[in-house]
Design a protein. Structure first.
Length: 339
């Protein structure tokens, strides 16, 4: 079954490339056909317009194909856990963490993904001190982690809090960590001797059935001190399984970040390593502005973005990362690119 799933994913990915390349060949044929019509005075104007349209689309298709043929991280096709933590700024930071969670959940809804809250620690005035979301795609070739991986880092907000009486702009922050969901088999490879498992009564929203029993589960990985908990499920068993998945994802993320930091010693990419300490983005509410500092992207559509319209931001980050990979390949192959 696992082999079948792997082949299905490969077939879906390859089909997308084949469709794009077939379109490229068709437009090349259209360009050639239009070129032959230039000799006909009655068709010359139409032929020139067709040639211009074909050349523009061919350039776009060429760029898209180069992106699609770049080496891919196998984790890109996986579901993802999104961990959001309030940082400096007290209650305002917790409210901002809540806004970020809502933004990602709205984005997931736009993409047709399945999304759920795995664990949450509500803020005193609203929002979250910490919240973990899980998002999964419903169609092959639409990996969540590959779309959201560059959201990891420090997010800063500048706005006038509701409690501010003099209209002063406050700055607060939250951190985001996006982690690929590990294989189900990996969740049971943790050494039981390295784990401490505690049960407790869930707090917050969740329904009366949760609050009647100690169904929430907290798992601590003793060697590293990493902790994961889940209180969203109806049973202690399902909460334990989800908590183990989150813990495994955090351990893998720790290993991934350490490797990225080692690589950054010799090569510093524009996107960065995804470390929490990297300030990647500012949300300026008075100006309606979002700025991604890694790629100098500024958009004046903050309301739409906070409502889940992240496509333009995510696409710009993916294009930048693709350009970095292409540049590395060209250097490796003596300027020949993918050839």
């Amino acid at each position: 079954m696992e082999r079948f799933r792997a082949l299905s994913r490969e077939h879906a990915d390859t089909s997308l490339v084949v469709e794009k390349f077939e379109r490229f060949l068709q437009r090349e044929a259209d360009l050639q056909a239009a070129h032959t019509l230039l000799a006909d005075p009655e068709m010359a104007e139409l032929a020139r317009q067709e040639m211009n349209d074909a050349e523009v689309e061919l350039a776009e298709l060429d760029a898209e194909l180069q992106q699609m043929l770049l080496p891919r991280d196998p984790d890109d096709q996986r579901a993802a856990f999104i961990e959001i933590r309030a940082g400096t700024g007290g209650d305002e930071s917790a409210l901002f963490a809540g806004d970020l969670a809502r933004m990602y959940l709205r984005y997931a809804d736009r993409q047709g993904w399945a999304a759920e809250i795995v664990s949450e620690s509500p803020g005193e005035q609203g929002g979250y001190k910490e919240v973990v979301l899980r998002m999964a795609h419903r169609t092959p070739g639409d990996g969540v982690y590959g779309r959201l991986r560059f959201e990891s880092g420090g997010h800063r907000v500048q706005r006038v809090p509701a409690t501010e009486t003099q209209g002063r702009i406050h700055t607060s922050a939250a951190t985001v960590a996006v982690m690929p969901e590990p294989d189900e088999a990996q969740a049971v490879q943790l050494n039981p001797a390295d784990l401490r498992i505690d049960t407790f009564r869930a707090s917050g929203a969740g329904g009366q059935h949760i609050n009647k029993t100690d169904s929430a589960v907290r798992v601590t990985h003793l060697p590293t001190g990493l902790v994961a908990e889940c209180q969203d499920g109806r049973s202690q068993h399902s909460n334990k399984a989800k908590a183990l998945q989150v813990l495994t994802a955090r351990l893998q993320d720790k290993d991934r970040r350490e490797r990225a930091e080692a690589e950054a010693a010799t090569r510093k990419g524009l996107i960065g390593s995804g470390d929490r300490s990297d300030r990647i983005r500012t949300y300026n509410f008075p100006q309606g502005r979002l700025t991604d500092h890694r790629i100098n992207l500024t958009l004046y559509k903050l309301t739409a973005i906070m409502d889940g319209d992240l496509d333009e931001v995510i696409h710009a980050l993916q294009v930048t990362r693709g350009a970095e990979l292409l540049s590395e390949l060209e250097q490796r192959h003596g300027g020949k690119g993918l050839a």
